[in-house]
Design a protein around this ligand. Structure first.
Ligand SMILES: Nc1ncnc2c1ncn2[C@@H]1O[C@H](COP(=O)(O)OP(=O)(O)OP(=O)(O)O)[C@@H](O)[C@H]1O
Ligand SMILES: CC(C)(CO)[C@@H](O)C(=O)[O-]
Ligand code: BAL
Length: 294
C-alpha cells in the first residue's frame, strides 16, 4: 500500500483519534523501515502549516499531522475557548496536501484525568521564563508536556516546527536534550501574507481594522533588520517601538533584540545568533512574530 514517494502514495488521509490506533497503524510502516515525520499543530490550518507538511514530506516517508488544542498551554481561558476549530476545513487541507495521517485525539485521550493536573515539570533552562514565558506563565511546561506525549505516541524520526514560534522551538530542543529523546527537530521558516503579516491561526480573530493594524509588527521587525548596521541598538529599538506605538489599538508586550539561545536582550551588537522578537495585542488578539537578524 505504501511506497517510498510520500506525497505520491495514498492520497486518502487516515483520521486517527486514539493512541492505540495510531501505534497499530504506524507499526507495520516502521517495520518496513519507513521514516516517520510528525507535524504537531493546534489546527485551523493555513499555508504556514502546509509548509511544514511539505518539508516533512521531503524529509520523511510518512507524515503524521496532529491537531490538538492543548488546554495545558493556555493561560487565558477565553483564548482557549475561542481558539478556532474548523475540523472539516483542516481535513480537506491535509487531504489535498497528501498528508498520510491526522491524529485528532480528545482531551481525555491525552490527559485521562483532566482537569486534574498531571505531574510534569522539566528544566527548560532560564529562557523558559522570559518573553512568552513571562506573559504566559507555565506556557512552555504545557507545550513540552503535550509535545512529549505526541512524541511518545508517534515515536517520529523527525518533528517539524515553525520559526514563527521561535521560543517554542528552543524549548522543545531543550526538552529533547534534557530527556535525551531520539527525535530530530527541524525548524521551518516563517510563511507570511503578501503584506508581511506572519500567518497564524489566531489571525482569523482580527477584524478589518485590526488586520490593518497588525502589519505594524512585521513592519517594526523589518525596520530593525534593514537598519541593523545603521543605528546603535538602543536607537533601533526606540524607533521600532515608535512605529508600533503610533498605531491605535496595538498594545506592545515586548520588542527585543536578543540572543538566539538565552533570549536575553543584547547589550552589544554582534554578527551572529541575533533575533528580533515582538509580541503585541492587536485589538483583542495577541500576536507574535520575529526576524532572525544574523
Ligand atoms: N506562519 C507560519 N510559518 C511557519 N510555521 C508556522 C506559521 N504559523 C504557525 N507555524 C507553525 O505551525 C505549528 C503549529 O502552530 P499552531 O497550530 O499553533 O498555529 P499558529 O498559526 O501558530 O497558531 P497560533 O499562534 O494562533 O496558535 C507550529 O510549529 C508553528 O510554529
Ligand atoms: C507545538 C504545539 C502543537 C503544542 O501544542 C503548539 O504549541 C503549536 O501549535 O505551536
Ligand atoms: N503557536 C503557539 C501555540 C500557542 O500560542 O499556544
Amino acid at each position: 500500500m505504501y511506497n517510498l514517494a510520500p506525497s505520491k502514495h495514498n492520497k486518502i488521509l487516515e483520521v486517527i483519534a486514539t493512541i492505540a490506533e495510531l501505534e497499530s497503524s504506524l507499526k507495520p510502516l516502521k517495520a518496513q523501515g519507513l521514516k516517520i515525520a510528525l507535524v504537531p499543530t493546534m489546527g485551523a490550518l493555513h499555508n504556514g502549516h502546509l509548509s511544514l507538511i511539505a518539508e516533512a514530506q521531503k524529509q520523511a516517508d510518512i507524515v503524521v499531522c496532529s491537531i490538538f488544542v492543548n488546554p495545558t498551554q493556555f493561560t487565558d481561558p477565553k483564548d482557549l475557548e475561542k481558539y478556532p476549530r474548523p475540523l472539516e476545513h483542516d481535513i480537506k487541507m491535509l487531504t489535498e496536501a497528501g498528508c498520510n495521517f491526522v491524529f485528532m485525539p480528545s482531551v481525555k485521550e491525552m490527559y485521562p484525568n483532566y482537569p486534574t493536573p498531571e505531574n510534569w515539570k522539566i528544566d527548560l533552562g532560564s529562557a523558559e521564563f522570559v518573553l512568552e514565558g513571562e506573559f504566559r506563565k507555565g506556557h512552555y511546561q504545557g507545550v513540552t508536556q503535550i509535545v512529549f506525549k505526541l512524541f511518545d505516541a508517534v515515536k517520529p524520526d523527525t518533528a517539524f516546527f515553525g520559526q514563527k514560534d521561535f521560543q517554542q522551538v528552543l524549548m522543545i530542543k531543550n526538552m529533547v536534550e534534557v530527556l535525551d529523546l531520539d527525535v530530530q527537530i527541524v525548524t521551518c521558516p516563517i510563511i507570511r501574507e503578501d503584506d508581511g503579516l506572519a500567518m497564524s491561526s489566531r489571525n482569523i480573530h482580527l477584524n478589518k481594522a485590526d488586520r490593518e493594524h497588525s502589519l505594524v509588527l512585521s513592519k517594526a521587525l523589518f525596520f530593525i533588520e534593514e537598519n541593523y548596521d545603521k543605528y546603535p541598538l538602543a536607537e533601533l529599538l526606540t524607533q521600532a517601538k515608535q512605529i508600533i506605538n503610533e498605531i491605535p489599538g496595538v498594545a506592545l508586550d515586548y520588542l527585543t533584540i536578543a540572543d538566539g539561545d538565552t533570549l536575553l536582550p543584547l547589550t552589544k551588537k554582534r554578527d551572529q545568533n541575533t533575533v528580533a522578537l515582538v509580541a503585541a495585542k492587536v485589538g483583542e488578539t495577541r500576536l507574535i512574530d520575529n526576524v532572525i537578524i544574523n
